[in-house]
Design a protein around this ligand. Structure first.
Ligand code: FES
Ligand SMILES: [Fe+2]
Length: 354
């Protein structure tokens, strides 16, 4: 069966947490079905990402050992430079000039390891989305990750359409019915879409409750950017604010209970994805206890999403070729997918994975 991975290669993908990468200890990762070995060079600490497949007999280099900036295959000892060039073969003087492994542009930013999967000449750091790393001092942030046995697209669809919140997350987020009954505003932004919505007259959110006699209007805005990044801001205002603003964007400096989230769905293979998330309250409007409560609620909610997304994938795989039936809530999904299709077309790098 042939599966498609509708992702543009000319984009930055999150490949892991900066803090989990120790000097001289290579790790394995897969993005878009391409095996990667990632390491910090010994001595310089420089980030190196190479194809995780030795040219000799295809042993993964992630099972090898770092030697300074270089990495030596753990099977028969071929030595590669940090740009993927084959430098040495034990017991053989002739080194084939074409026998290199691919090297990927990579940077540390916002607590993450970012890898450019496309043409290295086009790798522009300015295209890394403006996520908020968990060490940003303006916020009290926590983080986590989980794996889906499902495609990254299904996880993206889930984040692009919050009308599932009253159904999947009735207990965890407890935000009432309006997420299903009312539609958010969806607009185009550079390399993605923006989703904005007011929820009126609520008691607050699970992590920022308001007193009973003080109902609030809750504003949520997020950008969902290629190749699967969600940057979300939420805050509360006195009830009536939304109406007085004609449901337009509020002044962020006047909000209370403000929190921020940066999430990324990395497509590892056509049937596996890793979900990375960072989030928490604005410093001064929430502390470590609020952050941790928030993380616990999110962990429960993400498990709820995971259960249904993985089940959805199993149904899709049992009955391939069936057409889905869009609803009014799929506007953001459709608009985002158009951006993806355009970027794939522009870069001519549509991926087909058997
Ligand atoms: S497979 Fe790497 S040296 Fe043989
Ligand atoms: Fe969800």
């Amino acid at each position: 069966m042939e599966n498609t991975m509708p992702y543009p290669k000319n984009a930055w993908y999150v490949a892991g947490w900066e803090r989990n990468l120790n000097e001289g200890e290579p790790i394995a990762m897969s993005i878009l079905d391409e095996p990667l070995v990632i390491y910090r060079a010994q001595g310089t600490g420089r980030l190196v990402v190479l194809e995780d497949r030795c040219v000799h007999r295809f042993a993964p280099l992630s099972l090898g050992k770092c030697e300074g900036e270089r990495i030596r295959c753990g099977y028969h000892g071929l030595l590669f430079d940090s740009d993927g060039k084959l430098l040495g073969i034990p017991g053989q003087d002739l080194i084939p000039s074409q026998a290199n492994v691919r090297c990927y542009p990579a940077v540390f930013k916002h607590s993450w390891i970012w890898v450019w999967m496309g043409n290295p000449a086009l790798a522009d750091e300015a295209l890394i989305p403006p996520a908020t790393g968990y060490d940003n001092p303006d916020w009290v942030l926590g983080h986590g990750d989980l794996d889906y046995q499902a495609s990254g697209e299904l996880a993206n669809d889930n984040l692009l359409d919050f009308s599932h919140v009253p159904y999947i997350h009735a207990e965890s987020f407890a935000l009432g019915d309006s997420y299903a009954n009312e539609r958010p505003k969806v607009t185009a932004v550079e390399r993605g879409i923006r989703v904005e919505r007011w929820t009126l007259n609520i008691m607050g959110t699970a992590t920022a409750p308001r007193p009973e006699d003080n109902l609030v209007d809750h504003w949520v805005s997020y950008d969902f950017l290629v190749p699967g990044i969600m940057l979300l801001w939420s805050g509360m205002y006195p009830a009536g604010t939304a109406q007085s603003l004609n449901f337009e964007k509020p002044d962020y400096s006047q909000a209370v209970g403000v929190s921020i989230d940066s999430h990324m769905v990395t497509p590892m293979t056509s049937r596996t994805a890793r979900y990375y998330y960072i989030g928490g309250p604005l410093r001064g409007q929430g502390d470590e206890a609020v952050r941790d409560l928030r993380l616990r609620i999110q962990a429960k909610a993400f498990a709820e999403d995971k259960r249904i997304i993985e089940a959805q994938q199993r149904v899709i795989d049992r009955m391939p070729g069936k057409q889905m039936m869009p609803t009014a809530h799929d506007l953001a999904v459709t608009m985002y997918n158009r951006v993806v299709e355009r970027l794939i077309r522009e870069s001519g790098t549509a991926e087909r994975v058997a």
